[in-house]
Every structure is written in structure tokens, then in C-alpha cells.
Ligand binder design. Structure first.
Ligand code: GLV
Ligand code: MN
Ligand code: MN
Length: 407
């Protein structure tokens, strides 16, 4: 299963130009211009690789290597969208490694027993819309008919309008549903330092973290910054700062597996001479054990309520995402471990602290994930990097696993 290193490097480099920012970060949002160019480029590369290319109603792009039995499909791939100011590898590498793997398998000229497909999924990050795995949800038939009209981006553009602008028909979303997927195998960058620290080539994911996203609103009282004495303020920023610090301390002290991040802040009205009346901020809370995730969320709410009451402000939480931890399929994990050994690559089992399409797919079809090392564990930033030899090795292990499954 020979992966062409030059071609792999070219794939990464050229795709990494679409949505690249002047300082080197990447912003490629669902249905924006860079996204449309990226899906077109991936479709072209799939065609050049000898795959049958198809685009579904939500803009997922598929490249198919038909099998002798064409009734079921072993699917690989990942997402094409990015977080704001993210990197070139998150999602993209899974698409490109899947493409390179199928290209290598197609080049052998043998027909697989079961059909193989690589997918470039339209959305995973919820960057533009609160879309929650829109690409894989559409494949699984889990998108509501009203979602495209209801979901709005920060500029008030509905998803239906954005879809129309890139030539998709929002009323056709239901047609993206598939019933033929027998397995899903996703390659992804690790986005942590476990592999690098251990000096191990690839990782086989045991479980993908559970995650909740909540919007927190702290309401105090807007006042004059000079006229209001320090002991007469209901300062929403001070309350929010104390709440986020206390929750962070609790999660850090509870165990090593929990994570909490307060990444987005909106201070209102947001002016130097005004005591802030309201703060809206995000809480991203994760744990690989469902009960622990629930316990951390409950405790976060209790901590916030206690601090708010002490300061005379109000606090509310609205849940935007609720994803349960997903255990990966045991047989597919074994296939990945074997495939690594076949390629002479060292492998280890590890959990995923990042969310992935595989966690939703894994609730419906047998699913597994292969991780390749992230340099210094950096991700969701412009420094995100995976060495070319690790990209090639990962694609080669993936190709070997797909060969074991489909031939
Ligand atoms: C997905 O990228 C996540 O935030 O884990
Ligand atoms: Mn990501
Ligand atoms: Mn990702």
C-alpha cells in the first residue's frame, strides 16, 4: 500500500491554501468561498485518483471504489471545515489520507469485495452555524427539515441561503441519508502530545470524549465607572471571572481527564467607562466518562449559582451541545492495530479529548479512529503541524486497514 510522499505533501499544501489567513492560520467555514473551492479541489483529486465522485444534498463529497458487492460501503474520511484561525490538518488530513489510501488501493487494479468510499464532510466544527456534525448527521438522516432555514450565522445569514449560494438545494437535505454504511474509519491528527511523548507512530482511539457546550449569561447592573463606589457595584465581568476561575479550579482538581474552556466572551455594553451590565460567555466542558461529565456540569452550575447569589447578580446556562462519550468498535480497533504492525509502525491505544464525526457515526455503525502525531500537541491554532512522514505513515496504515476490511 504505497502512498506517494510527494503527492501527499502536495495535497496538504494545496488544500491548506484555501482559507489561509495572512498570518498562516486557516478559517474555512461551511459553505463559504474557500469551503466551496476546497470541496471542488478534493472532488477533482478524487476523480484523478480513479474514484467515482458524488456530492450529496448538504455538500459532502464522496469518492467511491466500487466493490464486487456494491450494496454496502466501508467509509473513511473526515471534515473539510475549520475553527476560526485554526490549522491545516484538523479534518483535512483525514480527508486527504483517505483519498491517498483509496488512490493506492485503486492503483493495484483489484476490485474490492465491499465498496470503499472516502468522504469530505461538509461540517464538524460548529464554527459558522451551531450545526453539530452537520455532514455526518445528514448521512445518518438526523437533520431536521427546518434546520437550514432556522440556523443563522453571526451575520444573520441562514444556512438555507448559504447552501443556495454554493449551488445546494436546502429542501433536499433528507436525500443525503444513507443506509449502506457498514463501517466508518477516520484518520485524524491527535491534537495532543501523547503519541509524541511516547515516541509512538500511530494511536488507536478507545473512546471519544463526551462534551457539553453551554452559553452562560451573567447579568449585573450597568453603571458609571467613576460615580459608582467599588462596594456598590453589580459588575458582571467580576462575577463571570470569579465563576469561570472557580469552575476551572474544580475541574482541574477533580481528576486528570476533565477539561473546561471558556473561549468566547462578549461583554456588554463593552466600554471602558461603563461598569459592565452583562457578560455572555461560552463553557466547553469535556470528560471521557459520561457520569463524570454530568457531575462536573452539575457542580459548575452549583458553583456559579453560589457565586452569583453572593454578588447579587444573576446567572443562567443554556445547553447548546450535548455529546456523550463514544467507545470505538473493538473489531475495527484490532484491525487498525494489526494494520500498524503490518506496516512496521508502533501503535498504542489512547482516548480522544477532541470531538469527532466518529463519535456520532459510532452510535450508529461500527466506527474506529486512527491518530497520527501532532507536533507539540498543538491544534486549533496556526502552529498545528504533523510531519510529512507521519502523514504518509498514517495514510499507509489506513490503506492497509481498509485492504484488510474490504478485500
Ligand atoms: C472539535 O474539533 C472539538 O472541538 O473537539
Ligand atoms: Mn477541530
Ligand atoms: Mn477535527
Amino acid at each position: 500500500m504505497d502512498i506517494d510522499p510527494q503527492k501527499m505533501a502536495r495535497y496538504v499544501e494545496e488544500l491548506g491554501k484555501l482559507g489561509e489567513l495572512p498570518d498562516g492560520g486557516m478559517t474555512r467555514f461551511q459553505y463559504d468561498a474557500a469551503w466551496a473551492q476546497a470541496q471542488d479541489l478534493v472532488a477533482r483529486w478524487m476523480r484523478e485518483a480513479g474514484l467515482r465522485v458524488r456530492r450529496d444534498a448538504v455538500g459532502n463529497v464522496f469518492g467511491r471504489l466500487p466493490g464486487a458487492d456494491d450494496s454496502s460501503t466501508i467509509l473513511t474520511g473526515s471534515h473539510i471545515d475549520t475553527v476560526p484561525e485554526g490549522g491545516k490538518y484538523d479534518g483535512a488530513l483525514g480527508v486527504l489520507a483517505g483519498l491517498a489510501a483509496l488512490e493506492a488501493l485503486a492503483a493495484r487494479g483489484e476490485r474490492p469485495r465491499t465498496s470503499l468510499e472516502v468522504v469530505s464532510l461538509c461540517e464538524e466544527e460548529s464554527s459558522r452555524y451551531q450545526a453539530n456534525f452537520f455532514g455526518s448527521r445528514a448521512m445518518l438522516g438526523l437533520v431536521g427539515p427546518d434546520e437550514p432555514a432556522t440556523l443563522k450565522d453571526a451575520d444573520g445569514v441562514s444556512m438555507a441561503e448559504a447552501m443556495t449560494a454554493v449551488g445546494l438545494d436546502p429542501s433536499a437535505v433528507a436525500t443525503a441519508k444513507r443506509d449502506d454504511i457498514a463501517a466508518f474509519v477516520e484518520l485524524h491528527i491527535e491534537q495532543g502530545k501523547v503519541l509524541e511523548t511516547a515516541g509512538t507512530d500511530v494511536g488507536v482511539v478507545e473512546v471519544i470524549t463526551g462534551l457539553v457546550w453551554e452559553e452562560v449569561v451573567v447579568t449585573g447592573r450597568q453603571d458609571h465607572a467613576g460615580g459608582t463606589p467599588m462596594d456598590a457595584r453589580l459588575d458582571a465581568v467580576q462575577a463571570a471571572a470569579e465563576i469561570s476561575t472557580a469552575i476551572t479550579r474544580h475541574v482541574a482538581e477533580a481528576d486528570k481527564a476533565g477539561r473546561v474552556t471558556f473561549g468566547r466572551w462578549d461583554v456588554r455594553p463593552g466600554w471602558p467607562s461603563i461598569v459592565p451590565g452583562e457578560v455572555v460567555f461560552s463553557m466547553d466542558l469535556r470528560h471521557t466518562v459520561a457520569e463524570d461529565l454530568r457531575a462536573r456540569a452539575d457542580e459548575a452550575h452549583r458553583i456559579a449559582a453560589t457565586i452569583a447569589a453572593g454578588r447579587g447578580v444573576e446567572v443562567t446556562f443554556e445547553r447548546l451541545k450535548d455529546e456523550t462519550p463514544t467507545v470505538m468498535d473493538a473489531r475495527l480497533r484490532e484491525v487498525l492495530t494489526q494494520a500498524a504492525a503490518d506496516r512496521g509502525a508502533t501503535s498504542m491505544d489512547l482516548p480522544s479529548g477532541a470531538g469527532h464525526d466518529s463519535q456520532l457515526m459510532g452510535e450508529h455503525v461500527p466506527t474506529a479512529m486512527l491518530f497520527v502525531p501532532s507536533v507539540e500537541g498543538r491544534s486549533h491554532c496556526k502552529e498545528e503541524y504533523t510531519r510529512p512522514e507521519d502523514c504518509v505513515r498514517g495514510a499507509s496504515v489506513l490503506a492497509t486497514a481498509l485492504h484488510r476490511l474490504a478485500f
